[in-house]
Design a protein. Structure first.
Length: 396
């Protein structure tokens, strides 16, 4: 593998030598051949004062410290790869030359190389500006939806906006996180992570931590789920910013939401299982000690749409779950069919088994069941309260 080497000048050794920064400025030329950034000494190894475009493999050695000047950045292009693997005793550090949140742009990974990895890295002070002018896309790490990245044992902190921003529209289904484990996403200016729904499956529950962020949610910008995703409790809430579809247009999925999860839905959003004919499944099962909560971000009746079961998959289940503040509008298009839970769509029957749960503060019904959902009957172990139109309604 080729390497880029830098010359340096050190002070004369004193009687008690002190670590001296190496003060190497990285060239602004695009990296187009395999390149190694070596650990050349104590203190700051390299400075970056521009955007570096990487179209080959860039390897950063353990212990390397890189300072970025204002609005500087690294872009890993589609032909490039970033391998930054430190150790517990020699982490790799990428930070602003000034310790201010939002001082440099950050790292933008467009590549889908399986070699892309951040391990035992500390990345701080990014998110100064967007790489393409979209002010919503500011973060320490930005991932294209078709990229791939392993990120583990790393600290992502003090971004001017998000810790990690994963691209993707609310109709997207890609997940660029090929492995995510034991990270600290802390003290960022907006969300620790902003992503589409498909990326939640990659998260590792409470093995990672998310403290000190201005908005203490993992922001989920909607999306379509396929396969068998599992959502674990990360220790903070998921904020659902656009409707999440479990399966779509004949492509099925089964989503399991595990005990302790809390989903806070913003206005106009919901959770839909089996839209457009997908025979999908949705399992929301807490425990007596770790209940699941699905609620409006604003805790008033009708602050979100609710959950819709448009599939009659017998796996559909809700247990030890509290569902509140739904019923804003219909997920089926029929304005009468609204509640915290809607079962059925047109002539397509829906089904869900529900037990040991509460349905409360709906702007309409606690639970609304269409006439074609003949496998449904009113559940006996559900507690209803403060549902404005009624608790349980089944069309004749």
């Amino acid at each position: 593998m080729g390497a880029v080497f830098f010359t340096s000048c050190r002070k004369e050794e004193e009687e008690i030598p002190e670590p001296t920064p190496i003060n190497q400025n990285i060239s602004c030329s695009a990296i187009t051949s395999p390149t190694l950034w070596t650990n050349v000494g104590d203190g700051v190894d390299y400075y970056v004062d521009c955007n570096i475009s990487v179209s080959a493999k860039l390897t950063i050695e353990p212990g390397v410290v890189i300072h970025f000047k204002n609005n500087a950045s690294i872009t890993i292009e589609s032909a490039g790869a970033l391998v930054a693997v430190g150790t517990a005793s020699s982490p790799i550090v990428l930070k602003g030359d000034s310790p201010l949140a939002g001082y440099w742009k950050g790292i933008y990974i467009k590549s889908n190389s399986p070699e892309n990895e951040l391990n035992y890295c500390t990345i701080s002070h990014g998110g100064s500006a967007s790489f393409d002018g979209n002010a919503d896309y500011k973060a320490n790490i930005r991932l294209k939806e078709t990229a791939q990245l392993i990120i583990r044992n790393s600290i992502i902190s003090r971004s001017g906006q998000d810790g990690i921003y994963i691209e993707g529209l609310n109709t997207a289904s890609q997940n660029p996180l090929s492995l995510y484990s034991a990270n600290q996403i802390i003290d960022n200016g907006r969300y620790p992570i902003s992503c589409i729904a498909a990326s939640i499956d990659a998260l590792d529950g409470t093995l990672s931590s998310y403290s000190g962020n201005t908005n203490p949610y993992i922001n989920v910008r909607g999306g379509r789920l396929y396969g068998d995703p599992i959502w674990e409790n990360p220790g903070i809430s998921f904020q659902i910013e656009n409707t999440v579809f479990v399966g779509y247009s004949g492509n099925a999925a089964t989503l399991n939401i595990l005990p302790g999860c809390k989903l806070a839905f913003v206005s106009g959003t919901g959770l839909v299982c089996g839209d457009f004919g997908a025979q999908s499944g949705l399992v929301i099962e807490g425990t007596p000690s770790e209940r699941i909560e699905l609620t409006g971000k604003v805790e008033t009746a009708g602050s979100w749409k609710g959950i819709a079961f448009f599939s009659n998959n017998p796996i559909n289940s809700i247990k030890y779950t509290d569902i509140r503040f739904g019923g804003a509008s219909s997920l089926s298009g029929n304005t009468a069919q609204k509640g915290n839970i809607l079962v059925g769509l047109g002539s397509s029957p829906g089904y869900v088994s529900i037990a040991n749960s509460t349905l409360s503060s709906s702007a309409a019904f606690g639970m609304y069941v269409t006439s074609w959902s003949t496998g449904m009957s009113e559940p006996t172990s559900v507690t209803y309260s403060e549902n404005i139109i009624g608790d349980y309604f089944q069309e004749p």
